[in-house]
Design a protein around this ligand. Structure first.
Ligand code: GLV
Ligand code: MN
Ligand code: MN
Ligand code: MN
Length: 384
């Protein structure tokens, strides 16, 4: 068994559901178990473990926050029934890459909290706090589906931008590729599409399904359904991506017209202008349809992430270092995108033969993962 396969096997069953996917929400037992595993791996290598007060964990080969440190790593949390590689692959690979370096270097491994926003709604929450992109007060008040706040789950108010991130020389995140874009084992990231999440609430009148005449209804489900279709149409027209993957209805009864439908729009596009245009068209059509249905619509932007272009020179340099590895953009969000506004940042992608992600079928071969480890070690050695 390769050292990758052996280390991967240590975490492969943690948080695995009967669907074959993972339930590894931030700061819940499976994710806490993975954090303990992280501490154990760091200790085994003589690395110092620190926490930043925001829920992010770090393991340091040298002094914590020593100037010139190169940070690598990713996240442990998953979307509901997500794949096992999205996140943990970057952390497992980081420990193995450190093992390959001939001597101790100024390298640190990070495990960022709530990257997916799967529990508290805002993606990359840990890196947003670390870089000051969200205030500790706002983050602390974010609430999960059971009414638990992030502050409660963390056990304290996050500390926000308190660590000297300017001491980091670079951040390199290795990640499973999440589309069907990479045809060789390892690629280098160039950019992240601008993207965001909008919570749409459609309000109507709850009433009896059997006795209310069709002409007398104010049914928010109708407005919602039209909005889902128009988001899909507008995305196809503009080359953007629009998804409604989460919906709640009240009272959620088979024999009652709903009084409220809440749906989350995830929209992404190659550039900000296209994303803005998509959103404008979808909301215009939703409001027009609300007029027809006699319903009301309110929209809240839960998170918006600007377009990210990774350090072009660094990406080129890493591509050459890795034997002309392809350089490719992604529509997926990453902590690397948040950190890229503050320090030179790069991403390495590992081939995903199914092209599926955020679902149980996400996959990578042990051979490609081992190639990812070698690539990461080469990159860390060259940067330190
Ligand atoms: C997170 O992985 C996202 O891109 O939604
Ligand atoms: Mn993800
Ligand atoms: Mn990820
Ligand atoms: Mn992500």
């Amino acid at each position: 068994m390769s050292d990758f396969a052996a280390l991967w096997a240590e975490i492969a069953e943690i948080g695995r559901a009967s669907s074959g996917g993972y339930l590894r929400y931030a700061l819940t037992p499976p994710e806490l178990t993975l954090r303990d595993w992280f501490r154990g791996q760091a200790q085994r290598r003589g690395m110092t473990v620190t926490e930043d007060g925001n829920g992010n964990l770090f393991a340091w080969c040298d002094e914590p926050w020593a100037p010139g440190t190169v940070l690598t790593g990713s996240h442990f949390d998953s979307v509901p029934h997500g794949g096992g590689y999205d996140g943990p692959l970057g952390i497992v690979s980081a420990f193995l890459a450190v093992d390959r370096l001939p001597e101790r270097r100024k390298i640190a491994i990070g495990a960022f909290v709530e990257e997916e926003g799967g529990r508290f709604g805002v993606p990359c929450l840990g890196s947003r706090l670390l870089t000051g992109m969200i205030t500790p007060e706002k983050a602390a008040a974010l609430t999960d589906r059971d009414g638990v706040t992030f502050g409660e789950a963390l056990g304290s108010l996050p500390t926000g931008k308190s660590a000297p991130i300017e001491n980091l020389a670079a951040f390199v995140e290795l990640h499973i590729e999440q589309g069907r874009a990479l045809e060789v084992p390892v690629g280098v990231g160039s950019a992240i599409w601008p993207h965001g999440r909008w919570r749409m609430e459609f309000t109507g009148t709850g009433d009896h399904a059997g006795t209310t005449r069709m002409t007398d209804r104010r049914d928010p489900m109708l407005t919602f359904a039209h909005t889902v279709l128009s988001a899909n149409q507008e995305a196809r027209l503009t080359g953007a991506h629009a998804t409604v993957g989460r919906v709640e209805a009240e009272p959620n009864a088979t024999n009652a017209i709903p009084s409220l439908v809440r749906g989350w729009l995830d929209a992404r596009a190659v550039d900000t202008a296209t994303l803005d245009r998509l959103l404008e068209s979808v909301l215009k059509r939703a409001n027009e349809r609300a007029g027809v249905d006699g319903t009301e619509l309110s929209v809240v932007a839960e998170s918006v992430t600007a377009e990210v272009a990774f350090d072009t020179e660094l990406a080129r340099r890493l591509s050459v270092l890795l034997g002309d590895a392809p350089i490719l953009p992604t529509g997926a969000g990453h902590d690397a995108g948040v950190l890229s506004a503050h320090l030179p940042t790069a991403m390495l992608f590992v081939r995903n033969p199914t092209g599926v992600s955020h679902a149980p079928a996400e996959s990578a071969s042990d051979e490609d993962c081992a190639a990812g480890v070698e690539a990461l070690a080469t990159v860390l050695e060259s940067l330190t």
